[in-house]
Design a protein around this ligand. Structure first.
Ligand code: FES
Ligand SMILES: [Fe+2]
Length: 390
């Protein structure tokens, strides 16, 4: 998809509307570059996979929705980059993330998916922890040791709440990056103007996909597949030919108008345009999270690669909806059913590719000029896994 003289990312909602009209007026541009090969190793290599996991562990990952731990004492347990975590909201209202691994002999401290507790306690020998992970009590302490226990508690990892998402950096040795700095000013402002922070979670699920995590991000970066793979679903209401590619530094995405928006823009006064309400904006955050603004609601895909297998990914997915309309449950239930239908089309295609390339029949795939964001994302991942190669 060509973006001509458009800037890397749109400045405002109205500017995006201007750009849609410009793109629609120009019509589909012929390719300026040849299609290029992509080695299938990038989806198969276990060495590369280990490096990618390290990179994912050192960057913010969307671990949960803020509403999953709405009240002090609420907790959820998740696994990110193979690391079991417990996320809590403390009595003071701030969120905490710790390894869900007991400081005594390594048992799982909290075995439930979610709940509410004043203290966390390990079922093996009863050690207890405060909501921020600090060790609260060693049971039978006088017989456990002649000296006071020096363990501080659960291993804490960097955790931050922003845009209605609880972000964690799983590697406790990594230099913490503020989410705002990692997103960059433009993308942070876009997510602020979409008001993600005030949304309420409606539904969530975890899906095991037998495909490399990058085959899943690829599906958000190229729109070439839309009118074929999704001919019976999203292709019927999106104008994918007028897609606006977005580049927010290392984070890439697309803005796709829903059918009818271009006609509205052409016929209505510019200062009354409601562009975001009729636009789908998937943004692939580097590495491993996709935020899909879906014309009024948002889906967050947290891609959690299986540490032992490059061809397996656990996708944690949730749908968040405007809090003031959260009680329209029939509407959101049908929206959620639609989301699951579309992504099952994407995931099925990704699983086919993974299965086929694992047989060794293809060393290279061919990526079109209209799929260039996919190669740009791959180059950004390359840079992450070879930070010293220059
Ligand atoms: S392993 Fe948790 S208290 Fe012993
Ligand atoms: Fe798709």
């Amino acid at each position: 998809m060509q973006d001509g003289l458009l800037p890397a990312c749109p400045g405002t909602e109205l500017a995006l509307g201007d750009e849609f009209l410009q793109l629609a007026g120009a019509g589909p541009a012929p390719a300026q570059n040849p299609a290029r090969p992509l080695r299938t190793d990038v989806y198969l290599s276990t060495d590369r996979h280990a490096m990618e996991l390290s990179a994912i562990s050192a960057h913010p990952t969307a671990a949960a929705h803020s509403g999953d731990v709405a009240e002090p004492g609420d907790f959820v347990t998740v696994e990110v980059a193979g690391v079991p975590l417990i996320i809590t909201r403390g009595q003071g209202g701030s969120v905490h993330a710790m390894h869900n691994v007991c400081a005594h002999r390594g048992a799982t401290v909290e075995t439930r998916d979610a709940g509410s507790q004043r203290v966390l306690s390990c079922q093996f020998h009863g050690w207890s922890y405060r909501l921020d992970g600090e060790l609260r009590a060693v049971t039978d302490a006088s017989v456990f040791s002649s000296t006071p226990c020096t363990r501080e508690g659960l291993v804490r990892v960097h955790c931050e709440e922003r845009h209605g998402i609880i972000w964690v950096i799983v590697d406790p040795t990594a230099t913490p990056i503020a989410v705002r700095d990692w997103l960059g000013d433009k993308l942070d402002k876009l997510l602020t103007s979409l008001k993600l922070e005030s949304m309420a979670p409606h539904a969530s699920t975890s899906i095991e996909v037998n495909a490399n995590w990058k085959l899943l991000t690829d599906g958000f970066l190229e729109l070439y597949h839309f009118k074929y793979l999704h001919r019976n679903t999203v292709a019927s209401y999106l104008t994918a030919d007028t897609t606006r590619p977005l580049r927010f530094g290392a984070h890439l995405g697309n803005a796709i108008p829903k059918d009818g928006l271009l006609e509205d823009l052409a016929s209505e006064p510019r200062d009354g345009w409601r562009v975001y309400d009729s636009t789908v904006i998937p943004v692939v955050l580097l590495p491993g999270t996709v935020i899909n603004w879906d014309a009024g609601q948002v889906e967050v895909f947290s891609l959690r690669p299986n540490p032992k297998h490059p061809g397996q990914t656990l996708v944690r997915l949730w749908l968040a909806v405007p809090a003031e309309r959260a009680d329209q449950t029939d509407l959101w239930d049908s929206t959620w059913a639609g989301v699951l239908e579309v992504i099952s089309e994407d995931f099925t295609a990704a699983e086919q590719v993974q299965r086929n390339i694992e047989t060794g029949v293809a060393d290279e795939l061919l990526i079109g000029a209209n799929e260039e964001l996919l190669l740009e994302h791959m180059a950004l991942v390359d840079k992450l896994v070879t930070p010293y190669s220059g």
